[in-house]
Write a protein that binds this ligand. Structure first.
Ligand SMILES: Cc1cc2nc3c(=O)[nH]c(=O)nc-3n(C[C@H](O)[C@H](O)[C@H](O)COP(=O)(O)OP(=O)(O)OC[C@H]3O[C@@H](n4cnc5c(N)ncnc54)[C@H](O)[C@@H]3O)c2cc1C
Length: 386
């Protein structure tokens, strides 16, 4: 028996229909303009409940399982990587908040996040803390019922659109990972942020348009004590690590959706494009590429489902999540390039969707923990070092 139940298949079909109608027709043009995902599309996604897939019904979400998140993510990312990614923020920050927040914080933040009325962004990475996530230098000093935040963050994607920044801050210099706390920093949406205490600068990227990413600068920003997740200092790193399992599973399905789109485009093109009097799909060099694509995509999908199912059973799934992310991201990067190669010179132009897929795929082995870090996680466990 496969991993998916009939309700997962239904959800996958429903999302595929949504993507074909709402995302596919606009993605290429918006990518060319380096435009953001349009607000009406975000609103339609909110109506579908995509931002609250995992949040329990009591807090305004759909209360579904991780396999449901996988199928929805794959289908949205098949239309546009950033659309598969934009749900990740509320879904994953919501998951962390549900697990680690106080009841007051859950009631205050989760319903808005689950319904997509309030958007979030995750501010972890810093200039000196990328892979070494516990090396963050941004500080939060307690003073008169507030924490005063100083420092800077890198690559905070969707920070402009967000109402809440899930921000990892050092509240103690004594312990490295144990000195990090997670804060909910509230702001108005918009690129102006909250000057002079919070400012941001857009970072231009070669792909993954649809969501802008920012360097953020905190200069004496006051955050109420009540916005410390869980109400206890020093738990931020553990909260981040717990979130990583489901985040990496979700990320794997962004990769799979993108690779699936590239495969479908390459398959169609190879049957239409005629050279030497025959469709190029008749040449072994091309058809073997297609066969490898189909095989690797399915392998990534099944590995991702395996990780999701284990996570849903309540078992530790960090290794499987790391494997799924590692394999799917490198596979998608490779296969998006193969799709360009099958399109020949046309694939190198901005006129064909495969060009977008290929530019977007460059991020995959880097974001949400690089391939090297995933290999470290896997190696540590198989060598029984942790
Ligand atoms: C478009 C984009 C969007 C992003 N969005 C977000 C976001 O919303 N929120 C957020 O917090 N972050 C975000 N990031 C940051 C992303 O998670 C980091 O870029 C990533 O974790 C790597 O960190 P780094 O770029 O500092 O690279 P580094 O950590 O400096 O790594 C450089 C190289 O060294 C390797 N390396 C480092 N340490 C080791 C080691 N121990 N063993 C072996 N190799 C190692 C890495 O694998 C890599 O190849 C985003 C990045 C991009 C490009």
């Amino acid at each position: 028996m496969g991993f998916l139940k009939p309700e997962h298949e239904d959800l996958k079909r429903l999302t595929r229909h949504f993507t074909n109608k709402e995302v596919v027709p606009i993605a290429d043009a918006l990518d060319r303009e380096e435009a953001e995902i349009p607000t009406p599309l975000l609103e339609k996604m909110a109506e579908m409940g995509f931002f609250g897939l995992l949040v329990p019904k009591d807090y305004g979400g759909l209360g579904l399982d991780t396999l449901s998140l996988c199928v929805v993510t794959e289908e949205l990312a098949r239309g546009w990587l950033s659309v598969g990614s934009v749900i990740a923020r509320n879904v994953l920050c919501g998951h962390i908040l549900y697990k680690a927040g106080t009841e007051e914080q859950r009631r205050r933040f989760l319903p808005g996040m689950a319904t997509g009325m309030r958007q979030t962004a995750s501010a972890g990475t810093e200039p000196e803390a990328g892979s070494d996530a516990s090396n963050i230098k941004t500080t939060g000093r307690r003073r008169d019922g507030h924490y005063v935040v100083n420092g800077s963050k890198m690559f905070c994607t969707f920070a402009n659109q967000a109402h809440v920044l899930f921000t990892y801050v050092r509240t103690s210099a004594e312990k490295k990972a144990g000195g990090i706390s997670l804060f909910l920093i509230e702001k108005e949406p918009g690129e102006q942020f909250a000057p002079p205490h919070l400012t941001g600068t857009r970072i231009r990227t070669v792909g993954y348009h649809g969501m802008n990413t920012y360097a953020l600068f905190f200069d004496g920003l006051e955050v109420p004590e009540g916005n410390l997740v869980g109400g206890v200092e020093g738990r931020g790193f553990k909260q981040l690590m717990h979130g990583y399992e489901v985040a990496r599973i979700q990320f794997a399905f962004r990769c799979i959706g993108l690779a699936q789109a590239a495969y479908e485009a390459a398959l169609a093109y190879s049957q239409q494009r005629v050279q030497f009097g025959k469709p190029i799909a008749t040449f072994q060099a091309v058809r073997f590429k297609l066969a490898d694509m189909a095989t690797e995509i399915e392998a990534a999908r099944q590995l991702g489902y395996l990780a999701a199912e284990k996570f849903d059973r309540g078992e530790r799934a960090d290794v499987e999540a790391g494997m799924a992310k590692l394999f799917a991201s490198e596979m998608a990067h490779r296969q998006c390039w193969n799709a360009v190669q099958i399109h020949g010179g046309y694939g190198y132009t901005r006129e064909y969707s495969v060009n977008r897929y290929w530019r977007d795929s460059g991020l995959l082995p880097i974001g949400e923990g690089t391939s090297e870090i995933q290999r470290e996680i896997i190696a540590r466990r198989i060598l029984q070092e942790r």
